[in-house]
Design a protein around this ligand. Sequence first.
Ligand code: MRU
Length: 393
Amino acid sequence: MKDQADEGRRANGAPAVPGSTRPLPVTHTQRVDTWALRWLDPPDGPAVMLLDQTRLPAEETYLTCTDVPSLVDAIGRLVVRGAPMLGLAGAFGVALAAHRGEDVAQAAGALARARPTAANLSWGAGRTLASYRAAGHGSATAPDAGRIAARAALAEARSIAAEDAAASAAIAAHGLGLVPDRARILTHCNTGALVSAGDGTAFAVILAAHRAGRLAQLWVDETRPLLQGARLTAYEAQRAGMPYAVLADAAAASLMAAGQVDMVITGADRVAADGSVANKIGTYGLAVLARHHGVPFVVAAPLSTVDFTAADGTAIVVEHRAAQEVTSFAGVAVSPAGSDAYNPAFDVTPGALVTALVTERGVARPADGGTLHFLGATPPSGVTAPAGVSMER
Ligand code: MRU
């Protein structure tokens, strides 16, 4: 587990880095031989290597970012994406700046601003910056103080990756308890190994259900406009051998009306202190539909996605993206030249529509200020969870 961020899935017998003779141990336990981000030490680095998610599933190509501006650009273009993975990108980006002897605080700021909605990005960059600074202060008089601080930054980034893998496993275990037998599950966007050092968030729960023989059908929302569902979730579901079908986002309503959905589960980009959930555009509509049809609407996210400083959904900044993402399809214009577009990348679902929020510490049900606060705070030993919270034991 020395040179990559996806520490949860390192094993033997893996392919080599393209253009390199060094072996990359990347076998995934569920035949999802996927890693999204890897740290490269010299002589190949220092660098952050990314699986280019904009090209999946047609091509598995890799992008090596040798400096922070190229990583910021990759984040903006969604080469690397998804809340937990953005946390790793922020963290390893700060480590990269430290190894290059650059202004690390400035780099952390640039990384944090690359996309505004996913809480994990600024959290990962900030946490790694804090470790860098603490090590720098502690070794200020040492001749190699810069190297010591850079090593501390990389160690912190690796810790974040390891914690994310552990959180993913715990989320899967907690979430499995919510999945009925012969479940037909609908999901939105992409929440698997491509966005995590482990099996992901919502997709980790689905994978656990699949392994337990409980998944009858996975319904994959295509997730307009950038098709994270049709391209990426379908890619991961196929590799995992799941029974799945892709549907146009607009088909979810009639699918639920037909009684074909037992549960909706999504990830989150930022959860406010009152349980409001920002996630990929279209999530709010699904939550409304689920409520109308009496279908449980579950959100799975690590606590690093919960922003206790955001009092409610109005405090969440929603990223708006370029009009061309909507007015063109696969690079071909579909609207008259000059058409404007409304293109928020995320929407905010009120906590009242969320049946349960699954975290690594347990399940908040309902997801509100009280249950979230309990999960987020470290409860003193002997304190039992209030009604609505099931805690990890
Ligand atoms: O714009 P993206 O692809 O980064 O959006 C990702 C999502 O909305 C995911 O659902 C969210 O980050 C949860 S990932 C575990």
